[in-house]
Ligand binder design. Structure first.
Ligand SMILES: Cc1cc2nc3c(=O)[nH]c(=O)nc-3n(C[C@H](O)[C@H](O)[C@H](O)COP(=O)(O)O)c2cc1C
Length: 200
């Protein structure tokens, strides 16, 4: 006998609750999603609004042994940018990369001079990344979107295989929260950021 289906409002509430409860989690460990589970999550990024269907998003997955090569790239880049970089700063990166099972480099293939403005192309990539953060959260994983100087370093971008015309926009660190996830911190009151427009 078929089970009664959820009412539309219950389903909508579940989605809205998940979106509202999402919070960034920086302290992560294995496992990260793999195989079909990961694919399903990644597929959500393809639903980002995309003016002109330019498909500007580029996702580079860094996992397994490749993380150690990535650490090498980051370490060399940091030393090249600042020969006096401290061991503590390097150790911060080392620890994060060691413990995080999946890192996604988020890039944008921007078509300069296209009739779709560049800012819209970047927004599309941001919207895709946001879908991913929400999808990881909804699937019970933790994730955080980080940038920092490495994102803007052409040497890092090139080492990850991005073309000169592509822009590295950030890294999504993904895994399982090390500690029980506490509720998201209080969020701003939406009323303060929302107004009705009334014609003068
Ligand atoms: C494009 C982008 C880059 C970010 N880079 C950093 C970063 O380098 N370091 C950092 O602490 N937070 C960074 N954040 C903010 C975190 O991802 C996160 O939003 C913040 O810690 C607040 O947590 P919440 O998402 O739970 O509100 C960045 C966010 C965005 C959208």
């Amino acid at each position: 006998m078929p089970m009664p289906t959820e009412t539309p409002s219950a389903a909508a509430d579940a989605v809205l609750d998940s979106l509202t409860a999402r919070r960034s989690i920086g302290l992560l460990q294995s496992p990260a999603p793999e195989g079909g589970d990961l694919e399903k999550i990644l597929q959500t990024a393809m639903s980002a609004p995309d003016h002109g269907k330019l498909r500007p998003w580029r996702y580079v997955l860094i996992r397994g042994a490749a993380r150690m090569a990535f650490l090498q790239v980051i370490t060399e880049a940091m030393r090249a940018r600042d020969p006096e970089v401290t061991e503590a700063m390097l150790e911060k990166q080392r620890a994060r990369i060691h413990r995080t099972p999946l890192i996604i480099a988020v890039g944008a293939a921007i078509q300069a001079g296209h009739k779709i403005p560049e800012v819209e192309q970047v927004l599309t990539v941001g919207a895709g990344a946001m879908n991913l953060l929400n999808a990881f959260h909804a699937s019970g994983y933790g994730a955080v979107w980080l940038s920092g100087a490495n994102v803007y370093d052409p040497a890092v971008s090139a080492a990850l295989g991005f073309e000169a015309s592509e822009r590295l926009l950030g890294f999504l660190y993904v895994g399982t929260p090390v500690e029980p996830v506490s509720p998201a911190p209080p969020r701003p009151d939406v009323q303060k950021f929302t107004r009705d427009w009334r014609p003068a």
